[in-house]
Design a protein around this ligand. Sequence first.
Ligand SMILES: C=C(O[C@@H]1C=C(C(=O)O)C=C[C@H]1O)C(=O)O
Length: 377
Amino acid sequence: MKDLRLAGLTTERSTIEINGVTLGGKEIILIGGPCAVESSIQMIQSAETVKKAGGKILRGGVFKPRTSPYSFQGLGREGLNYLVQAAREQDLLCVTEVIDAPSLELVVDQIDIIQIGARNMQNFELLKMAGKINKPIILKRGLSATIEEWLLAAEYILSSGNPQVILCERGIRTYEPSTRNTLDLSAVGVAKELSHLPVIVDPSHAAGRRDLIASLSKAAIASGADGLLIEMHPNPAEAVSDGPQSLHPEQFIQLAGELDVVAEAVNRIFVSGCKENEETLKSLRKQIDGIDQVIIERLAARMKIVRKVGNQKRLDRVKDTNREKEILQRLVSLASELELSPDLVKKIYPLIFESAVQSQIKNKLANDKNFERVSEL
Ligand SMILES: C=C(O[C@@H]1C=C(C(=O)O)C=C[C@H]1O)C(=O)O
């Protein structure tokens, strides 16, 4: 596929890190919440459920691009506050959809992840605006968009300067009326073969009915999805939008509890909240494994940045003792605050610094050698 200059698959897959949550890593990320933000209590209850289930991100629409102009259009700024507050109280990230420049401007400083919905996938001016901000973007596939069109839409965001794009498959229009849309699970594999970007799946909008959500969610993980975006409402019967496809809180928690075996079968991890609460040796060790995975992934990401820092310095100035002291001081006091032994930090960090310095030197020498080789040609 041509023109995927930035979205195209290179040697490495992208991971997107948002306040300790990594999308596109080994862990499957669960996003849940109602279609539309309706009230403070609704969002508080939704956030509690997402947390209990082991979800990491709370969703809720405050600007709703609805098919009918007479349908509920969203609570705007008021809804935004309900969403953000509920998420913060449960230590969750939050995502909401934007539809134009004013809505983007309103949410950008408060929301952790911005969603561009299916109906706006080819709103190129909106894509360019999303490319100019420093927040991850979930880009939903358009209702009738080919995978190529979807990836080129992502290319708009990337080429405008924002590298943090997460693709979201949410079903496409087919001739089949039994479901609202047809979930195109092959799109997950195809998108991941063509692009390095993380791909998540929204089974709710695809199915349009809650009875299929559990099986489609499991299938999505099995087909390689990096996360799930699932609609859940404290009281679906009363929901102002998408009630029939929203899971009840208990269903959401139950489903989350069933995802770990599927994740494991495809060499991924999902730590559900219920399992987290069950303090058995096995589940506790699983939590430790998940955390260790994140520690190593973050260390690898740190080392990549360290090498970039190295490229900015002279070879004989790579080690910077003052900077190391500053970092250590900050982390030692953070450790005390978190009731972690400061001695542990004092032991680990000099090793990290040493390895960072060695890696920078090695990288610089390798670059210089390549440079010499090119100059000789
Ligand atoms: C990354 C740098 O280079 C070295 C590695 C450091 C680190 O690992 O944080 C800190 C200071 C330097 O000794 C830097 O100068 O910032």
